[in-house]
Design a protein around this ligand. Sequence first.
Ligand SMILES: N[C@@H](CCC(=O)N[C@@H](CS)C(=O)NCC(=O)O)C(=O)O
Length: 316
Amino acid sequence: MNDLILHHYDTSPFSEKVRLILGYKKLPWKSVLIPAIMPKPDVVALTGGYRKTPFLQIGADIYCDSALICDVLEHVRPEPTLYPPHLKGACRIFAQWADHTLFWAAMGYNLQPKGAMHMFNGDMAVAKAFGADRTATGAASVRLRPGDATSAYRSYLRRLASMADEHDFLFGLDPCVADFAAYHGIWFTQTLVPPLADILQATPSVLEWSKRMAAIGHGAMSKLASTDAIAIAAATDPQPAGANLLVDSAFQDDHGIPLGTRVTITADHFGIEPTEGDLIAATRTHYSLRRTDERAGLVHVHFPRLGYSLRAADKA
Ligand SMILES: N[C@@H](CCC(=O)N[C@@H](CS)C(=O)NCC(=O)O)C(=O)O
C-alpha cells in the first residue's frame, strides 16, 4: 500500500483526533503541514475545493473528513478497533455528537476573547485574519457565543465525567472512536488556551481520562513537503472505485443523480467550499469524485455521505 499522508497543522483539533488514532493503531505516517487559513493552493490541488483540515492522501486517493479517515484507518488496520462490535451504533452516534455539538461548544469557549488573545499571542492582525477566514467559511452558523458555549461546555464535561467515573475510557477499558472524537476539543483547551483550562478542574475524572488519551501519542511520523505529496499523486493512479480502502461499493441513489454525472459536494455547515468532479461512487457511506488537476493529475476525492450535500454541477 502507498504511504499514509496526513495533511494537517499542529493546532488543528480534528487533526489531533486522527494523529492519536494513527498512534493508537501503530500506523506509520507522513506529515504534510498545511496553512490554517486560506489561501491553500497545495490543498486545493489535491482536494479540488475542500479546504478543511485534516485530509488523508494515499497515492492519488484523497479522503476528506476525519469520520471517513477513521473508516479508512480501521480498514487498513482493524486492530485495535475503533468500533467494538457491541458498541457499533452507540460509538458512531456518540462520535458524531462529539465532533459537532461538543466540539462547537468547546470552540466557542476556547476562542472567547481571553482564549483568542492567548492563542494569537496578542497579535491582533493574525487574530483578525483568522476570524475573517472562519466567518467566510461558515463558522458563525455553528460556533456558540462565549456565554452559551461556557454553559454548554460545563454541562457536557459533567456528562463525560459521569462516563469517565466508571471506567478508564468513555465506554469501557479501551478507547473507541467516541474517545478520540470527544477528546480533541478538550485537548485544544488544555494545550492551546491553558488560561481557560480551569473549567476542567470541576471534572477530575475527565482530567484523568485526558491524560490517558494524550499518552497514546502520535506514533511514527516523518515529514513530507506538500509539493512532494502532489508529485506522489501525479505519479500514482487512483484506486478503481470498489477497490479502494472504503468498505462498501454498492450504488445507493437517493438524489436521482446517475454515476458519471458532473457534481459538486459541499459540507453542510462549515468549510463550505465545494469540490467539483465526476461522480464515480455513491454508496451508503460515502461519495467519490474523479477529477483532474494541472499539478496532481487524475485524483479520486472521497467524502462521507453524512454531513455533505451532493448536487448536479449544473444545478449547484
Ligand atoms: N467534519 C470535519 C471537520 C474538520 C474541521 O472543522 N477542521 C477544522 C480544523 S480542526 C478546519 O477545517 N478549519 C478550517 C481550516 O483548517 O481551513 C472533520 O471531521 O474532519
